[in-house]
Design a protein around this ligand. Structure first.
Ligand code: DX5
Ligand code: ZN
Length: 216
């Protein structure tokens, strides 16, 4: 089980400091890239993410919530263990975007909005490295976990093992100390959390607590 704190709930005036404060306890640093088109919010793009790339040693997990991932994905400076995902709802054909991300040297993932069925990505599973299942509507931190996601995670797990693939399942949105164990049990391999970490007075202690809940 891997944990990916999302900077969306961090203090953007102290991004580097906040990222460094949790990086030794984290498996990935999750970046929510939003363009104001695919989602009704704007955050940061390659300029900001790249500026921190060499200052943080752990892998980056770049979640593109943008209308044109094919255009912007190559602008991110990536390493071989970094994750880059884009939304299946944003593109007419995911294949060229998957190839662009993999050619740039990162691992490619497809993200699904809560209402998008697994059938929308089933035929691409053998080409991706991970599947990002959103458990809130993309756009904002601090929303409640959509309970139906648990079943979707179980079904994704089943589908992936039936096909004999090694696609990791990432779950993003509304994760907290009350539900993280159930999410892990449903089959999540990577869990993202913003508010439950950076929204707390002591992000390191919050992250340690989440970790203890999934290993105990
Ligand atoms: C939502 C983002 C999530 C968000 C999660 O659009 O993709 O990564 O940061 O925030 P919390 O953990 O607060 O629901
Ligand atoms: Zn995200």
């Amino acid at each position: 089980m891997r944990l990916a704190p999302s900077l969306l709930a961090a203090d953007f005036g102290r991004l580097l400091e906040q990222a460094q404060a949790v990086s030794d306890l984290s498996d990935y640093l999750h970046w929510d890239v939003m363009d104001g088109h695919f989602v009704p919010n704007l955050t940061f793009g390659p300029v900001v993410v790249n500026a921190l790339r060499d200052k943080i040693s752990i892998p980056f997990d770049i979640h593109l919530m943008i209308a044109d991932p094919q255009r912007y994905a190559p602008h991110f400076k990536v390493r071989s263990d970094d994750l880059v995902s884009f939304h299946v709802e944003a593109v007419s054909d995911p294949i060229p975007v998957i190839e662009t991300i993999q050619k740039a040297g990162a691992k490619a993932g497809i993200a699904l909005r809560p209402k998008t069925p697994l059938s929308a990505v089933e035929r691409f599973l053998d080409q991706i490295d991970f599947l990002l299942i959103m458990s809130v509507e993309p756009g904002f931190a601090g929303q409640s976990f959509i309970a139906e996601t648990l079943e979707k995670i179980r079904q994704a797990k089943e589908l992936i093992s039936k096909k004999n693939l090694s696609v990791a399942i990432e779950v993003d949105g509304g994760v907290n100390a009350q539900n993280i164990r159930e999410i892990a049990r449903a089959g999540a391999d990577i869990i993202v959390a913003a508010s439950a970490i950076f929204g707390q007075s002591d992000p390191r202690a919050a992250l340690e607590q989440l970790r203890s809940l999934i290993i105990s």
